[in-house]
Design a protein around this ligand. Structure first.
Ligand SMILES: *[C@@H]1O[C@H](CO)[C@@H](O)[C@H](O)[C@H]1NC(C)=O
Ligand SMILES: *[C@@H]1O[C@H](CO)[C@@H](O)[C@H](O)[C@H]1NC(C)=O
Ligand SMILES: *[C@@H]1O[C@H](CO)[C@@H](O)[C@H](O)[C@H]1NC(C)=O
Ligand SMILES: *[C@@H]1O[C@H](CO)[C@@H](O)[C@H](O)[C@H]1NC(C)=O
Length: 561
């Protein structure tokens, strides 16, 4: 039976923050903010300013090796000063140029605040409480304190405090969400006074984007990074090569991309790659690069055919791989070793300034492919396993020698039973049980159960069915159908199956449960997420419509119990 539940009017405007902060209290006084408001920046320590830049004034009190003249040079990772400078600039742009006019969250004929008697925000003080590490752009999990404190007094004094530059980014992001655009009178918040203390529940909050199966221009990738940063996600996993194409330029192996990309121009050049990493880092997002191997490498065949076994076997591809075209790096080949050495020596030093991690893949390696590998000619696990162990040991040694921490897919640990270094982070995708097994073996786990969090599910098969099987395969569902809507995604608790005393890594800021340990409620979340969708659209992110405005405007129905 369906019933209607009354949801308080204006709920969304009252709590309009996404993700929800750890501690949040607010009033209902309207304060206006004008674009000549001063954002001042202070840190403990010596004063290196004052300076004026980009149309706003800031009292610079930064102890850093670089001054602001070098901002915009993207050859090095951004410093904390660069990150804060950028965060203030983009907070101003978001508030004053991309504000949200909240008609979808108010009933018809609602009354906007009147400017006459209301107060103004006079100052926004940004304070860094500690001096920080030289390179905040490449945090190991838990090494960067992303917490922040935000206060706005009824008298109009705003303060954002944090222990790190990235914490200041997070605080300024929240600050932008307090404001709304007026139809003719400027920008205001209806929520003063405000007090927020906020910190993420999980240290690794990431999205994985595959740019090999489908190539995307860097402008799309950057927009995705914008969306991540605005949602306080702190990692961006770029699955940059696969069997279908090799779009990543490697100067010491130029044919890899020249011949392995779909088109010679559908590549990420050295400059593109650096730019994407910098773009992420300055927003407090670490771009994590994955070269998936030894499986998922058939695209290497186009440039180095001798390195790949079982390439594109037809029609029986499914005996040799999870999807066509089949093919894997040979497992007992000195030519493959030399190739990987060259590849990693070229790529890893370019990753190092921007990331603490490198993902070496390792999913869905099909043992039968090694029947066709002239260096092995076997699919016997007892023969293959030591070779795979040697492969991982060599690859991870390169990764560590370059000062990076390896990440692998769960199969390397759970299916191949490899002995991995204690530093290795294991990324899970297949089940909650796998996550429990990973942490039981003493590794940090990244959780991404495809049954809840894969965004490509439910769109149908990508392979065509000939008439002989077209009828039996109807209606052509993909392996992870159905489509996972936001409610299904939101219901998933990544700590399912994890013993309560274990620290597993994953993706949400606030956690699946509220401060009282209860499942968070869709009824409350729906409007807040709807508001976030509108803000993202204003930022240029093409997020899809969540619901018809009726539900968010009337706020008198829409829940079922
Ligand atoms: C900063 O660090 C201190 C000491 O570790 C901690 O108490 C505080 O919660 C942190 N965050 C903020 C925003 O002050
Ligand atoms: C691996 O290659 C070496 C040298 O070519 C060879 O001696 C050895 O038998 C091979 N191992 C397997 C399991 O085929
Ligand atoms: C890993 O261990 C499992 C369970 O003991 C076994 O079934 C599997 O064959 C092993 N894998 C390899 C590659 O040895
Ligand atoms: C909370 O959500 C989980 C799914 O994540 C579900 O299994 C559980 O039954 C829910 N608990 C309550 C009390 O509704």
């Amino acid at each position: 039976m369906k019933a209607l539940l009354i949801v308080p009017l204006f709920l969304s405007l009252a709590t309009a923050l996404w993700p929800i902060p750890t501690e949040y209290s607010h009033g209902n006084t309207v304060l206006w903010i004008s674009d000549n408001v001063e954002f001042s920046f202070r840190t403990r320590g010596a004063i290196v300013g004052p300076q004026v830049f980009d149309g706003y004034q800031a009292k610079q009190q930064w102890i850093g090796p670089r001054d602001y003249d070098s901002v915009g040079e993207e050859h090095d990772a951004p410093t904390g000063a660069d990150i804060i400078h950028h965060a203030i600039k983009s907070a101003r742009e978001t508030i004053f140029e991309r504000g949200l006019y909240p008609w979808k969250f108010r009933p018809r004929e609602w009354e906007e605040p009147q400017k006459d008697n209301s107060g103004h925000i006079s100052t926004v003080q940004v304070k860094l409480l500690q001096s920080e590490d030289e390179n905040p752009a490449k945090p190991l999990a838990g090494k960067v304190d992303e917490s922040y404190k935000l206060t706005l007094t009824e008298a109009g004094e705003a303060t954002i405090l944090a222990n790190s530059s990235v914490g200041i980014v997070r605080g300024l992001t929240t600050f932008t969400q307090l404001f709304y655009e007026h139809s003719h009178d400027g920008i205001y918040t209806p929520l003063a006074p405000i007090e927020i203390f906020d910190a993420p529940k999980f240290q690794h909050r990431s999205l994985n984007l595959d740019v090999s199966r489908n190539w995307f221009p860097t402008s799309d990738i950057k927009r995705t990074i914008d969306a991540l940063a605005y949602n306080k996600m702190n990692r961006f996993h770029l699955h940059i090569t696969d069997s279908q194409s090799w779009p990543l330029e490697i100067p010491s192996l130029p044919d890899l991309a020249k011949k392995g990309a779909y088109r010679p121009d559908l590549v990420y050049t050295v400059e593109d790659f650096r730019e994407m990493q910098y773009y992420a880092a300055i927003r407090g997002v670490e771009l994590i690069t994955e070269i998936d191997m030894p499986g998922h490498t058939s695209s290497v065949h186009h440039s180095y055919p001798d390195l790949i076994a079982a390439y594109n076997i037809q029609p029986d591809w499914s005996t040799y791989s999870a999807e066509p075209p089949s093919g894997t790096l040979k497992l007992n080949s000195s030519a493959v070793d030399a190739f990987l050495e060259t590849l990693l020596a070229d790529l890893l030093p370019r990753v190092y300034p921007f990331s603490s991690h490198f993902h070496t893949g390792g999913d869905e390696v099909n043992k039968n492919a090694y029947l066709k590998d002239d260096t092995v000619r076997s699919n016997d696990p007892s023969i293959l396993q030591p070779l795979m162990q040697a492969f991982i040991d060599r690859t991870h040694k390169h990764v560590r020698d370059q000062g990076l921490t390896p990440i692998v897919w769960e199969e390397m640990l759970l299916e191949w039973n490899l002995t991995l270094g204690a530093d290795v982070i294991v990324q899970s995708w297949r089940s909650d049980q796998a996550v429990a097994d990973i942490v039981a073996k003493g590794h940090k786990a990244l959780v991404g159960n495809y049954k809840y969090w894969y965004l490509d599910c439910g769109k149908g098969q990508w392979l065509d069915f000939p008439p002989s099987s077209a009828t039996s395969a109807f209606p052509y569902l993909d392996y992870c159908a159905p489509f996972h809507n936001w409610r299904a995604m939101y219901a998933y608790d990544p700590l399912t199956n994890i013993p309560p005393n274990t620290a597993a890594a994953e993706v949400l800021w606030s956690g699946a449960k509220d401060a009282q340990g209860r499942n968070r409620s869709q009824v409350e979340v729906s409007l807040r997420l709807g508001g976030m969708r509108e803000r993202m659209v204003r930022l240029g992110v093409q997020a899809e419509v969540m619901q018809m405005p009726f539900c968010s405007m009337e706020c008198t129905m829409g829940s079922v119990f």
